[in-house]
Ligand binder design. Structure first.
Ligand code: R5P
Length: 299
């Protein structure tokens, strides 16, 4: 029997943004137990009743991504076996979304594999934040929303940076950056970036733009190794920028990314609360816009 209303389940490593989501939604929170066995295998148990309910499963796909994905899958398996009515996923950071095509012959479309598996496991709806390429959402066979956090990111930049010049580090970042600049009511430029597909090495140029004396904000979807943003920041500083800030949706900060950014002269990094928090990053909240969409889906 279907019970009206819905409940929230916070998956592994999602406590930080999920407790905020629980306040935003104001719904029953179903406890989840999780642990690792001594041999490294993951264990989860839904410690509440989900039979007949619509459940929002909020899950982090943060590092270690493969463990996180597996824990998401076994949590979904447990939900479906326990007689849940609908599983709607809130996955604010969608791991593997940058492998959205075969860049070299023989490569997989990893994001396609992930979204198809989630559909197969019984997810009926998916809400994510700023997936690398919008077109990847088509691989999910259900209701799928990709939310670009234009308002909260613009608000954070306005609060922290005076008279900002918004910078898109490459062509892929153009739309996001132009929307942010428009929201703030300021100007923006787009740099040109080339990445070596084998070594990952990036080359960035700002030819033709005057950034001298400006507070610039590099706006992108993600900082992973920090290579893109560090290159852009050093180049902008060399070109005479006053302060260089970075605003992204996802601060993954792999390896020594934070050190690279510091060495490149980045004053502050602003990121959405889509991944577990790191010191040295200033976060802005996106659970409000996610909650609004979840309410719209589940009523
Ligand atoms: C690339 O197209 C993305 O938008 C990011 O600029 C890139 O993936 C960031 O990666 P990294 O921090 O490793 O340069």
């Amino acid at each position: 029997m279907r019970i009206l209303g819905y409940a929230l389940l916070c998956g592994t490593r999602s406590e930080w943004f999920c407790s905020r989501l629980s306040k935003e939604l104001g719904v029953e929170l179903i406890p989840l137990e999780s642990k690792k066995f001594p041999d490294g295998e993951s264990y989860v148990r839904i410690a509440g009743d989900v039979e007949g309910k619509d459940v929002v499963l909020a899950h982090s796909l943060s590092f270690p991504q493969n463990d996180s994905i597996w824990e998401l899958l076994i949590t979904m398996e447990a939900l479906v076996d326990s007689g849940v009515n609908i599983v709607a996923l809130y996955l604010p950071y969608l791991a593997y979304s940058r492998q959205d095509r075969a860049f070299l012959p023989g490569e997989p479309i990893s994001v396609k594999a992930l979204l198809q598996i989630l559909s197969f496991m019984g997810a009926k709806a998916l809400v994510t934040i700023d997936i690398h390429k919008e077109y990847s959402m088509k691989y999910f066979r259900g209701i799928a929303y990709n939310l670009i956090p234009v308002d909260p990111m613009a608000e954070k930049i306005s609060e922290r940076v005076s008279d900002p010049l918004i910078v898109a580090p490459d062509v892929g970042a153009f739309q996001r950056a132009s929307a942010i600049a428009e929201k703030i009511g300021t100007d923006f430029i787009q740099l040109s970036k080339k990445r070596d597909l084998k070594t990952g090495e990036v080359a960035i140029s700002s030819e033709g733009f005057d950034v001298s004396g400006r507070n610039v904000v590099i706006v992108d979807d993600i900082i992973s190794t920090g290579g893109t943003v560090a290159k852009a920041a050093s180049m902008l500083r060399d070109a005479g920028a006053k302060e260089v800030y970075v605003a992204v949706s996802h601060a993954l900060m792999a390896g020594d990314a934070q050190k690279k950014l510091k060495e490149a002269g980045v004053a502050s990094v602003f990121a959405a609360n889509t991944l577990p928090p790191l010191s040295g990053v200033e976060y802005y909240d996106v659970t409000g816009i996610a909650a609004e969409k979840i309410r719209e889906i589940l009523g």
